[in-house]
Ligand binder design. Structure first.
Ligand code: GLP
Length: 249
């Protein structure tokens, strides 16, 4: 088992540690005059990490001028202005508050025409490759065992693509959308292989709701039934958990 776990008393303490790892990576790359390529996640889990990064920017002068970001996923179809879009989320929680260059922000576009999506996904994958691959990938986990929106059935070799959302995922999102019928049926997501190519992966999980899926992910058999189990094959992944998410390990 190559996954390392770090268990914290609460999400706040844990998020500060993760934000500091990211900040150190950014600064190390700055000293080498290199870009720092970050894969970013949405959902409630990473919110406090972004909060701490914003604080470090404002109070400690942490600069993001050398940072290039790629978000994991976006609902489809979805406009950027919609307050449930991941585009909106990322600007609200991070990008509007730091000095990242707008041209260095990459988020899958939920407005691409359906017949252009395949090419769009190939290009997204290629843009990651062109800048040297992901140095660091931040992940949350869905109750279906998805990472990004790689729902059960996702292949270990899958790349960026359009997928159909699992019913459990749509029902978890239904309150934010005021009813399941308003939750988009599809999404664009980086693939399992896109994520696994990252040099470093940190997955966050908080609360007892995640305890079952965390146990299966770390201790279960590797299978596309729980795509997060593929992380067991990655050699530099850490699961950052609070005591509740870790309670069944
Ligand atoms: C969504 C996102 C995932 C995220 C998951 C868990 O499905 N596409 O990237 O990990 O929700 O969300 P939360 O962090 O709110 O539990």
């Amino acid at each position: 088992e190559k996954i390392h776990n770090a268990i914290f008393k609460n999400a706040t303490d844990a998020s500060i540690v993760v934000a500091h790892e990211i900040a150190t990576l950014i600064q190390t790359k700055q000293k080498e005059s290199k870009n720092c390529v970050l894969g970013l996640a949405t959902g409630s889990s990473p919110v406090k990490v972004y909060e701490e990064l914003v604080r470090m920017h404002k109070e400690e002068g942490l600069s993001f001028h050398n940072v290039i970001t790629f978000n994991l996923d976006e609902y489809y179809p979805m406009t950027k202005e919609n307050n449930q879009s991941y585009h909106y989320f990322m600007h609200e929680h991070l990008f509007n508050h730091i000095d990242i260059k707008p041209e260095n922000i990459n988020i899958p576009d939920g407005t691409v025409a359906i017949d252009e999506i395949n090419q769009y996904c190939i290009d997204y994958e290629m843009s990651i490759k062109t800048v040297g691959g992901l140095d660091f990938q931040l992940l949350g986990i869905g109750r279906t065992g998805h990472i990004g929106f790689n729902e059960p059935g996702s292949h270990v070799n899958s790349g960026t693509r359009i997928i159909t959302l699992d019913h459990v995922t749509r029902s978890d999102a239904s309150s934010a959308f005021n009813g399941i019928s308003n939750v988009p049926k599809k999404a664009i997501t980086m693939g399992v292989s896109t994520v696994l190519k990252s040099k470093r992966i940190v997955l966050l999980a908080w609360g007892e709701n995640k305890a079952d899926v965390i146990t299966t992910t770390i201790q279960g058999e590797i299978s596309s039934d729980i795509p997060a189990t593929f992380l067991q094959n990655h050699n530099n992944t850490t699961f950052i958990l609070d005591v509740f998410a870790a309670s069944q390990l």
